[in-house]
Every structure is written in structure tokens, then in C-alpha cells.
Unconditional design. Structure first.
Length: 367
């Protein structure tokens, strides 16, 4: 039963209609808080980025980021009496400096900050080849904010051991550190009909985002010419891929589809050739939820507790490993081992127990 005696201020960036991993992860966190404390105990504050429609606004925004390390408009926070809350939950480490501001104002309640990634590492990868005017603020913002969270929050929640290792290497850590992996609300409905295709359907799900773009383009250039499969590339903005990829035999590129469920059900294998990133890949969790076989890189599986990859697909990091896996792996269309792994480790029910432990340690939930 939820403990509705507590008042929790939940602060999150605005995601709009996005179905990105960050948006889904934030919804998970919000749902966990409601399960623990009840909806009447949670006050949700959504922070927006300042608009930057013109060139001058973009330059001005980047200069402000250089000076303040603030990515979001914090003015709504000034209108709230934070002292009335028992706990402030920051739903991204990119607003970690809020923890420092609250402490400077004398806030005595508990502060928890959720790290979707080690943003310093992710941005260092994403902006490695950009000019200094772009790269500097995008490195400074996570560095300042993540250090602030790790200094002034009572607890931080990260996704896996790799992110823990990275924050311990790059920051001074005073907060309690808890590891809670990704999870998703269960949407699976088992289809009793067996699906058989002339050619196995390999499906890549991912938006037009640098690690996704680099990975799937690498796969289409280095693996597709040597295997006999039907490849579907599905994701918001993927129609922007270079024209040459739209004319490869047995490759479909679909953008902004209204419902991904049918494509998940039709897929024989989910394909995730992702070579860089941080945190955990939510698309892997989604594939497990639907009982899918997964052919993916070490990055795609990072943070997932898989005892035997051959029972749910294959882990591949080179061209030859992908080709061999596609030629040799033969698993049923619906993989019950994948599905059970989701239920045991990455369902809402599994991670709710972990969230409860965090708030028990902070003495906000009774043991």
C-alpha cells in the first residue's frame, strides 16, 4: 500500500510526445513514485528548454550554457516553496545543480537524482568531432551538474555497474549510489498463431540519433551484402538516412510509424548493432518484454544480466560475428526465455522492489 503521508516534488525535463528512451525512463520513475507514495503525494514540475528559433537565439543560448551550465529554464522552481516537501526527486543528472541550489537555500529534506546515463561520457562521444563552440557547453553542462548531484543529493540512482565505474572515476562522490536497471510497463499480449516468413525478418528500432545512425549504417554496409535476410529499419526520422541506404535489396526503412507493436510481433530477430553509448538500451528491454530473439553488440546488452546469450540470440561485436550469428542462430519466433528474463529482472514489479529499498534507506518508506 502506498504511503500518502509524504510530499514528493518530482522535477523532470519536458519530453512532449516523445517516445524516446529518456521519456519512457522518466515515466517509469514517476510511476514508481506513485506506487510507493500515491498520486496525491507527488507534485510534478516540468522544466522546459528555452526556445532558440533564430541564429542569434542559438548563439545566446550556447553562451548562457557556457556561463551557467543550465540547460533548462528553472524559473518555475522559484515559485515553489520547496520546504513543504519531504523529498525532491530530480529526474535527470542534467539538473543536478538544483540539488546544490536547494542546499544553499537551507533545504533539509531528502534529494534523489536519477542518472539516465553518465551524461559526461555520452556527450564526450556524441560531440567528439564538433567544433569547440558546440562541444564545450555540452561537456561542461553534464560535468558541473553530475558533480553537483553527487555532492549534494542524498542518493543517486544509476542504471548499471559501468555507469557506477564512470562516475567514481570522474567525480567526487558523497551521495549514496544505488543501481536500478531499466524497466518497462508490460504491454505484451501473447499471439497464439505461429508466424513463419520466407526470409527471417530482422528489425532495428531506433530514432535518428547518432549511435543508432552509425550502428545501422555500419550494418547495412558491412553485413547485409553477405546474408539472406529481410531487414526493417524503423524509427522516428530514419527517412533522413542517406539515399543510398533506401535502395538496398531486402531493406525497408520506415519512419514515424503510428504503432510499433505490429512490427515487434512480426520480427523474428531484433537487431541492435550499437557501438557507443552510456546507461542501458531500453530497446533491449522492450525486445525481452515481447519475447524476441536479439542479435546485438556488447553495448546493446550492457547492464543486462544474461547468463547464456545463445538462448536469447547472440552477442556480436564484429562483422564476422554478426554474419555467423545470422547464419547459425535458429530460435523460435517467440522466445520464452527472453520473456522470462524480462519478468524476472526488467518488469515494473521487479524494479519497484529496488525503488522501495532506496526510499527505505532514506527513511521515507517504512521497512
Amino acid at each position: 500500500m502506498a504511503d500518502e503521508s509524504m510530499n514528493i516534488l518530482y522535477i523532470t525535463p519536458e519530453y512532449g510526445t516523445s517516445i524516446s528512451g529518456g521519456a519512457v525512463g522518466s515515466k517509469r520513475n514517476y510511476d514508481m513514485l506513485i506506487s510507493l507514495f500515491g498520486s496525491r503525494s507527488i507534485h510534478k514540475l516540468v522544466l522546459k528548454e528555452n526556445p532558440n528559433n533564430s541564429f542569434i537565439e542559438k548563439v545566446s543560448k550556447n553562451i548562457k550554457k557556457w556561463l551557467t551550465s543550465e540547460q533548462y529554464d528553472l524559473s518555475p522552481l522559484k515559485r515553489i516553496d520547496v520546504r513543504s516537501y519531504d523529498c525532491v526527486f530530480l529526474d535527470t543528472s542534467l539538473i543536478g545543480h538544483v540539488a546544490t541550489q536547494l542546499r544553499h537555500k537551507g533545504y533539509k529534506g531528502k534529494i534523489v537524482c536519477f542518472f539516465h546515463n553518465c551524461e559526461l561520457i555520452l556527450n564526450s562521444q556524441m560531440y567528439a568531432n564538433r567544433n569547440i563552440l558546440v562541444k564545450f557547453p555540452m561537456i561542461k553542462i553534464p560535468r558541473v551538474n553530475e558533480q553537483a548531484a553527487l555532492q549534494d543529493a542524498d542518493a543517486v540512482i544509476i542504471l548499471n555497474d559501468r555507469d557506477k565505474k564512470n562516475i567514481l572515476e570522474h567525480y567526487t562522490v558523497k551521495s549514496k549510489v544505488f543501481i536500478i536497471p531499466v524497466s518497462m510497463q508490460d504491454k505484451f499480449i501473447e499471439d497464439k498463431e505461429e508466424t513463419i516468413h520466407d526470409k527471417p525478418i530482422y528489425t532495428f528500432l531506433g530514432s535518428y540519433f547518432k549511435p543508432n545512425i552509425d550502428g545501422i549504417c555500419w550494418f547495412m554496409e558491412n553485413v547485409v551484402p553477405y546474408v539472406d535476410i529481410h531487414l526493417r529499419v524503423i524509427g522516428r526520422g530514419m527517412n533522413q538516412l542517406p539515399e543510398k541506404y533506401h535502395h538496398i535489396n531486402n531493406v525497408e526503412i520506415l519512419s514515424d510509424v503510428p504503432d510499433l507493436t505490429i512490427y515487434m510481433k512480426e520480427a523474428d530477430y531484433m537487431l541492435y548493432p550499437i557501438f557507443e553509448g552510456s546507461g542501458m538500451k531500453l530497446k533491449t528491454c522492450e525486445a525481452l518484454m515481447y519475447g524476441k530473439n536479439i542479435i546485438g553488440t556488447s553495448e546493446a546488452f550492457c547492464g543486462y544480466e544474461v547468463q547464456d546469450f545463445s538462448r536469447i540470440g547472440a552477442r556480436c561485436d564484429t562483422k564476422d560475428e554478426f554474419i555467423r550469428a545470422i547464419e547459425e542462430v535458429n530460435l523460435p519466433h517467440f522466445n520464452r526465455i527472453s520473456r522470462q528474463l524480462y519478468l524476472d529482472k526488467y518488469s515494473y514489479e521487479a524494479t519497484l522492489r529496488m525503488f522501495r529499498h532506496v526510499f527505505e534507506e532514506l527513511h521515507l518508506v517504512q521497512i
